[in-house]
Design a protein around this ligand. Structure first.
Ligand code: MG
Ligand code: MG
Length: 248
């Protein structure tokens, strides 16, 4: 069942989303050559807790980190470790925060120092694909409209769309109904209604869309080991569109 959130719930989701956004902004200056992903994890966790929230991912199905840190060919669910960031890497940081029981979820891909043109292209167009998807959100449109817009844009830019992972509803649970795939057919799927809260999160690859899971049973990497990017916002469906909860 897809829940419609009350005004009060939306306020709490807004607060959780804001904390996620603030955590991204807080981490940004630390994303530099030499820092380990474990250090970033620690900084994020302390910051989230200082704002009266808890990191949604910590312990989620046993996930060991507070955030996900996925470097280069890692698509999602990178586990924070002693690996140091290097100049020319890109890192996708996925952050979830839980405030008074309600979650916010947002991922962003960042450059480390100077990155090559291919990675710049991938990041630019994956971010744009997210906004193409968000543009489709309004009451009466359907989930398939979102995925269709993301997929169409990605294909125009010759990027691989990861099909196995998708966006989702957000609320008292980090992952709720409905699934929000990054592909789809227009005018199909569940109808969007005012008060629904969903996360849209394209994961696009420079090369093949194919992926596999590392032996740590978490981290998803591209089959061809070429780079992948991930941009995600949690949004609430409004009267005539949507409002981003994990932004400014
Ligand atoms: Mg996320
Ligand atoms: Mg998500």
């Amino acid at each position: 069942m897809i829940s419609i959130k009350s005004e009060r719930e939306i306020e709490l989701l807004r607060k959780a989303g804001k904390i996620v956004y603030q955590t991204h902004q807080y981490l940004k200056p630390y994303i530099r050559e030499g820092i380990t992903t474990k250090q970033l994890d620690r900084l994020a966790e302390d910051f989230i807790r200082s704002l009266g929230a808890t990191p949604s991912f910590k312990g989620y199905n046993g996930f060991p980190g507070s955030i996900c840190t996925s470097i280069n060919e890692e698509v999602v669910h990178g586990i924070p470790s002693n690996r140091k960031l290097k100049n020319g890497d890109i890192i996708s940081i996925d952050i979830g925060a839980c405030y008074k029981g309600y979650h916010g979820d947002s991922a962003w891909t960042y450059p480390v120092g100077e990155i090559d043109e291919e990675k710049k292209y991938l990041m630019k167009h994956t971010e744009e694909a997210l906004y193409r998807g968000l543009k489709e959100i309004k009451p009466g449109n359907r989930i398939g409209d979102i995925g269709h817009a993301v997929e169409k844009y990605a294909h125009e830019k010759k990027l691989g769309v990861v099909l196995e992972l998708c966006g989702h509803g957000v609320g008292l649970q980090l992952h709720e109904a409905p699934d929000v795939p990054n592909y789809g057919v227009e005018k199909t799927g569940p109808k969007l209604k005012e008060g629904m809260v969903i996360a849209v999160e394209p994961m696009l690859n420079i090369g093949s869309p194919d992926i596999y899971m590392l032996e740590n049973d978490w981290t998803i990497v591209t089959e061809d080991h070429r780079p992948s990017a991930h941009f995600e916002h949690t949004v609430v469906v409004t009267k005539d569109g949507c409002q981003i909860l994990t932004g400014e």
